[in-house]
Design a protein. Sequence first.
Length: 297
Amino acid sequence: MDFGIFDLFWIFLLLSSLQPIWQKRRIEYRRFSSIQEFQKKRKSRVILLIHRQESISFLGIPLSRYITIEDSEQILRAIRLTPPDVPIDLILHTPGGLVLATEQIARALIRHQAKVTVYVPHYAMSGGTMLALAADEIIMDPNAVLGPVDPQLGNYPAASIIKVVEEKPISEVDDQTLIMADIARKATKQVQEFVRTLLNDCIPKQKVKSEDIERIIEALTTGQVTHDYPITVEEATKMGLPITVGLPRSVYDLMDLYPQPQGGRPTVQYIPMPYDDGRPTLPVPKGRPLEEPSHMN
C-alpha cells in the first residue's frame, strides 16, 4: 500500500496524540504495581497523600495543592475497605490543608485497630503533621520535616491576632479585629483540644509520655514560630514525638512515580549514576577517547 505525504502527516498526528495517553497509562500501571508490591511486602493497606504544585498548561499559573474534602472522602473510603486487623501505611507529602478534612482523616486513623504507620519522605506540614500525630509510628527521611499546626485565619496567624488585642488598649482596637481575635481564641482552643486527643491516644501504646503532651501542644499550636517553620527530625524527637529515621527504598521509588509537572526547563538537574572516588563514572563513546573530566566543586 502506497502512502503519500498527506497520509504520513495524519499518521504522525495520530501517533502524537496517542503518545500522552500511552505514557499516562504506563505511569499509572507502574504506580499500581509499586503500591501492590509494597502492600504484599508489608502485609498492609498503602495509602498515598501526595500534593505537588500543579500548573495550568495554557497560562502556566501555579496552583497550590492541599488537603481537601475530596481527599478526606477518598482516604476514609480506603480505611473503611481495610479490615480492622490489617495495618495501614500512609505516605505523606503535603503542605497541609483544610482543618475539617484533616480532622476527619486523623480520627479515622486513630479508630483503626491495627497499626498505623506514617512515612514522611520530604515534608508533612500543618495538617500533614496532624495526620502524622494520629499514627502509631512516624518514619521520616533524615532530612524530612514536620510543621506547626497553629490555626490560620485568612492570611494571618491566630496567635498574632490575639497578640495585637492583648498588647493594644481596647479603645484602639477596631470591632473587626476584636471579632477576629475572638475567633482566633476559639480556633486555637479547638486545635489544642484535638492535638491533645491525638497525643492521649498515643499513651496506651507508649508512643508519647504523658508529661510531654502539654509541652508538645505548646510548641505546635501557640504560634511561637512561623507557620512554615520546619521541625526537623532532631527537634521532633526532642519534643517527645515517636520518630523513626530511615525510609525503605520502596517509598522513594513510589515518590519518583509522582514527579512535579514541568512547565519548562527543569530547575534541578544532575547525573543519576554512581560516583567513584568523587568522580562520576561516564560511559566512553565508541571511536572517541575519554577526556579527563574537569574538577567538580
